[in-house]
Design a protein around this ligand. Sequence first.
Ligand SMILES: Cc1cc2nc3c(=O)[nH]c(=O)nc-3n(C[C@H](O)[C@H](O)[C@H](O)COP(=O)(O)OP(=O)(O)OC[C@H]3O[C@@H](n4cnc5c(N)ncnc54)[C@H](O)[C@@H]3O)c2cc1C
Length: 395
Amino acid sequence: MDTEVAIVGGGLVGGSLAVALADAGLSVALVDPRADDDLAASKSGGGQPAGQFDTRVFALRPQSRDFLAKCGVWRHVDASRVAPVYRILITGDDADSQLTFDAYRCGLPELALIAENGNLQNAIQRALDERTLVRQVRGRTCVAATWESGVVTISLDDGEAIAPQLVVAADGANSRIREFAGIANRQTDYDQCAVVANFSTGVAHDGTAYQWFRADGVLALLPLPGERVSMVWSTDQAHARELVSLDPGELAVRVSGASNTVLGELTTASQAVAFPLRMMGAASIVGPRLALVGDAAHNVHPLAGQGLNLGLADAQSLAAAIVQRGPDAIGSRAVLAKYRRSRAEETAAMQFTTDGLYRLFGSSLPGIPWLRNAGLRLTEHLTPLKRLLVKRAAG
Ligand SMILES: Cc1cc2nc3c(=O)[nH]c(=O)nc-3n(C[C@H](O)[C@H](O)[C@H](O)COP(=O)(O)OP(=O)(O)OC[C@H]3O[C@@H](n4cnc5c(N)ncnc54)[C@H](O)[C@@H]3O)c2cc1C
């Protein structure tokens, strides 16, 4: 089979792009180091026993769900493990400063959906298995990429070389393809980690996602099915190390206190894990016969829960640009320019917003705490602005 598109990286973004391109009739090679054995584990119910949940969960906006539904992935998602978010309650660093978003008031069925990494990976894998146009090159890594006389060739660690019309870098934040192409990137190291862990709650969450902008970072509790929540606490390195080292009982007490026991007494239901945080933007998301998608193209602070949403929108836009120009123009400049243009505004806006919020709420300069809390209170009372924010966030 001739390969029209080679996607390097079979994470959520690369995998869903492969499905979308196969549905458009393109032959795709999807390269990922994860072996078939790892995938077999995830095929059995998302890899988690009933009643236990992944610590990696994502808040998906409706636009991302719609894209996954359109390319036949969503029907494989185990709906019993997905939680809708009907309400978001944001609290500033004085308890009176609150901002609420309500799906009902905005005329939406929900504001977001919380889904586990394993559940989504499993659904993408099942969709890939149904598509004969995708060659799944598993257990192998891309070790080089060269551009010569208008031809791009990627080399795999077993010696195989693939020369497609287009290479897509979906290989994550430390993208080797981006490096092989010599594409520079701007990075800001936040000197923070996001600590994630799951808890059982003492009080029903009723589909509310909570977020507190605190002096020691941003704490979020996202609803999971049943009386459970997933925590993302973005905080400085020392505090993150401390949180991860606490025993389950101490961690539950700490998080119950930090969340003002809005969900009653919490019980730790998983190990706490820390992820380092940074902002990154590739100098260009395209090159000759090359497109960058997902974390290979940009990383944003998780306080807005938008990194994967941006990546899925990249996949959707790239697939649309290719389909619009037809099979003879797959890696053409016209397609790549259209893709670049289509992603510029949203990506820049998201980086600006998440970085701005991080700085606004991380600052203790005189006047800034008053300003941010006043901003929350003011926005709370501006109904049209709130509607606009929800509309933008929902895509
Ligand atoms: C704590 C935390 C919470 C988050 N919460 C949210 C949220 O609520 N909502 C949201 O939208 N986003 C969220 N994000 C962001 C989200 O996790 C990422 O944006 C998303 O997972 C990126 O997916 P990806 O497929 O682009 O990259 P990755 O998931 O990093 O996948 C890259 C793939 O490439 C493969 N690969 C790497 N190198 C090679 C190579 N040389 N050859 C072949 N394959 C290779 C890897 O094996 C991997 O499978 C969060 C992030 C963090 C840290």
